[in-house]
Write a protein that binds this ligand. Sequence first.
Ligand code: FAD
Length: 500
Amino acid sequence: MKPRKKARSVAIIGAGIAGIATALRLRKQGFQITVFEANERLGGKMAEVKGNGFRFDRGPTVLTKPEYVEELFNLFGKSANDYWKHQSVDPIFKYFFEDGTVINSSRDQEQFAAEVAEKTADSKQSIFKFLDDVEKTHHLTDEVFLQRSLHQFKNYLDWPTARGILNFGKVDVFRSMNTANEKRFSDKKVIDIFNRYASYNGSNPYWAPATLNVIAHYEITLGTYFSEGGIYTIIEALKKLAVEQGIAFKLNTPIQEIEYNGKTVTGVKTTAGTEPFDVVVSNVDVYNTYKQLLPDFPAPKRFLEQPRSSSVIVFYWGVKREFPELGLHNMFLTEDAKAEYQHLFELNKPFDDPTIHVTISSKRNTNDAPEGCENWSALISVPHDSGQNWDHWIAEARKNVLAKLSRILNTDVEQLIVFEDVLDPRKVNKETNAAFGAVFGNASNSMFSAFLRHPNFSSKIDNLFFCGGTAHPGPGIPLCLLSAKIASELIAQKFVPVPE
Ligand SMILES: Cc1cc2nc3c(=O)[nH]c(=O)nc-3n(C[C@H](O)[C@H](O)[C@H](O)COP(=O)(O)OP(=O)(O)OC[C@H]3O[C@@H](n4cnc5c(N)ncnc54)[C@H](O)[C@@H]3O)c2cc1C
């Protein structure tokens, strides 16, 4: 092993959840940390919308693996519970179909399976078998593909990796999610329920490897959680911890360029000038890290030319009535999933019968809506931005979403709306500098996608590292937190902090 170099100062570019988590982990190791954030607030995609007495989570709403958040507090000998509270969610999702069927997914496998058996043509046994198989996939993939760098040769020389490689066939990488789910289940409703997990990382279940069925294991078996006070309280709690630990945050400070000398990072450039740093970690979308922050550096085409993930249109609606038939998470499924994904990934336009995820956090946080009202965030997947006429597509989506919700709920939803805000791919880009407004970076539509995410280090520029949903291991809160862990471990392998 090479002797570690000395380093004192680390710049983190971007205060998304991965940037903040990397800052905390490196601070624990003894480095001096400055986090530069372009916005006036921390959190990136984890943001809030407020108005007219309503509060909404602007980005993520489904929280899995809360222990990865808790770990950050434990690093400093603190209890996460003193900073942040969360609760288990059960039932997890209510699935609504046009024929009036409603299926609840539950962490209680017996209950979930019984509900599927009662309301569809599939058996309890088929659900048990599916959940059992994706748990096995989780065991075979977690340590090898998610918990560490896939791009370091030494990581291929130990038993967990050898086991992962020997079992490559067993993780169902050679067929698509849909092919696997069609083989397992006979009822279209059940196939659609499990296929839609592809949308959790902006992919297409008709192309993405069946390995991604493992996402259901996270949500159903490991469990889904609710962040009390909203998902933004995670960011507020982490910020409090970070400030206590002496991490400096520079808000409203976009980095213009990463400075390097020949082959080694030397610092970052802001409008105020250049600041020297020994190590730089980019939490900015990898594509934009190269295009904007390293404009003269030849970008690694292999990573940047991958197809991008889908994006979202989200309507944040304050609704002046309560709907006892709805839960925290509600999914209104399309009647033609194949056509929906074809629109997203081939025709490049939203589908007119979209699958709609309606989150109502006021079901748990009563403060999120005035009395007698609810806060609905209605999310649909749309293609990433390639210059479509989004004003037109937002108007179309609004019409189609309202028509579908009104049809299934047998109520004119539009006349209940007393507050409205909208997120679309242009805003995803503007608010978080996400290239093409793609929410999840590259799509995971090929069997090699895991290997085609950018590593957590640069192999061309020394002392430059990457974290966040567009780098390895991928998007979503849990994987972003793993990216922070991997990036900080790589830095610790290479550098020893100079005592303050
Ligand atoms: C609508 C929506 C719903 C989602 N739903 C879920 C869900 O239910 N569950 C889940 O787990 N995940 C979900 N996700 C995905 C999840 O939110 C993201 O994967 C995760 O938050 C990304 O975090 P990050 O650390 O990679 O970076 P980001 O949150 O993208 O933050 C990057 C930060 O870098 C800053 N930045 C960019 N350029 C610069 C620069 N030049 N200088 C300084 N700062 C810069 C940005 O301002 C931003 O704050 C959802 C996302 C969206 C948008």
